[in-house]
Design a protein around this ligand. Structure first.
Ligand SMILES: NC(=O)c1ccc[n+]([C@@H]2O[C@H](COP(=O)([O-])OP(=O)(O)OC[C@H]3O[C@@H](n4cnc5c(N)ncnc54)[C@H](OP(=O)(O)O)[C@@H]3O)[C@@H](O)[C@H]2O)c1
Length: 253
């Protein structure tokens, strides 16, 4: 491929993300914060969610015009207020990224030593939360698809969804459920123009990784900024593909 062709493809991908309305859960730390920055840098309109108000306000202050929303995706009663604020501040929704996550027991524990409450919390955050939030936002995503903008839901996964790592039972089982849920959502809704992705960002230097593996050498871990660029590129590629399939303009403005 010539450099000119490569530049053209990169430019088309960048244009595809410009003006996109993107919601990111867990946007105040690690990968989520890097995603907020990456999408803002590419001209998208961004709303992000996290539980701790002071962190939400700090990130919003430092990243205008991103909109911060305080909420807990593991709590049923928080889901509709979160969804309404997302659609309200963005004026609709094209991309939902379910990134917020719970590690299960910390320090990590074998299943026999895992409290039922720890498993419940991991499932509530990593499976039920994304499920409820996606359901609450399906109308907005469907509108976006019908307008030819393309709609994508990215559920952030992990290699622990596939590999049975001892000590990662609550987290791994919840990520496995999220992974499969995503594939079924995709089968059910892709015809209606809503695509679902599940991607593993890799082992990153973030507070979650430090909590899980306290002795890890950060220099051996992926930078969350790199993972955010890769995930954003994947969403851009998918939207380009969806738009070319539907023969609608590639630029969303
Ligand atoms: N780090 C890794 O090596 C790695 C590897 C594979 C996959 N992943 C996945 O990548 C994603 C991001 O992980 P990370 O390492 O960047 O995590 P992180 O640094 O711990 O950040 C987690 C973010 O989620 C928010 N959050 C947590 N629980 C929430 C809840 N119930 N409701 C709303 N927000 C919530 C946190 O803010 P508050 O605490 O204020 O709510 C924070 O903004 C996760 O899905 C994780 O499973 C990470």
């Amino acid at each position: 491929m010539t450099t000119t062709n490569l530049n053209r493809i990169t430019e088309r991908r960048e244009n595809t993300l410009h003006g996109l309305r993107v919601a990111i859960t867990g946007g105040t730390s690690g990968l989520g914060l890097a995603l907020v920055r990456e999408f803002l840098g590419r001209g998208a309109h961004v709303a992000f969610v996290a539980r701790r108000r002071e962190h939400v306000e700090r990130v919003a202050r430092h990243h205008p015009p991103a909109h911060g929303i305080v909420g807990d995706v593991s709590k049923k009663d928080d889901i509709h207020p979160i969804a309404m604020q997302i659609v309200g501040v963005l004026g609709g929704l094209d991309v939902l990224i379910n990134n917020a996550s719970d590690l299960g027991p910390v320090p990590l524990a074998l299943l026999a030593d895992t409290g039922c409450e720890d498993l419940e919390r991991a499932l509530a955050t990593n499976v039920l939360g994304p499920f409820r939030l996606t359901k609450a936002l399906l109308g907005a995503l469907g509108s976006s698809a019908r307008e030819g903008r393309g709609a994508v839901v990215l559920n952030v996964s992990s290699d622990a969804a596939i590999n049975p790592y001892p000590g990662w039972g609550a987290y791994g089982a919840s990520k496995a459920a999220l992974h499969h849920l995503t594939r079924i959502w995709n089968e059910e809704l892709t015809e209606q123009g809503i695509a679902f992705l599940t991607l593993d960002p890799g082992d990153m230097d973030t507070p979650m990784h430090a909590a899980a593996v306290p002795g890890a050498d950060p220099s051996q871990l992926k930078r969350p900024e790199l993972a955010a660029r890769e995930l954003t590129d994947a969403i851009g590629e998918l939207l380009l593909f969806m738009n070319s399939e539907r023969n609608v303009p590639e630029t969303i403005r």
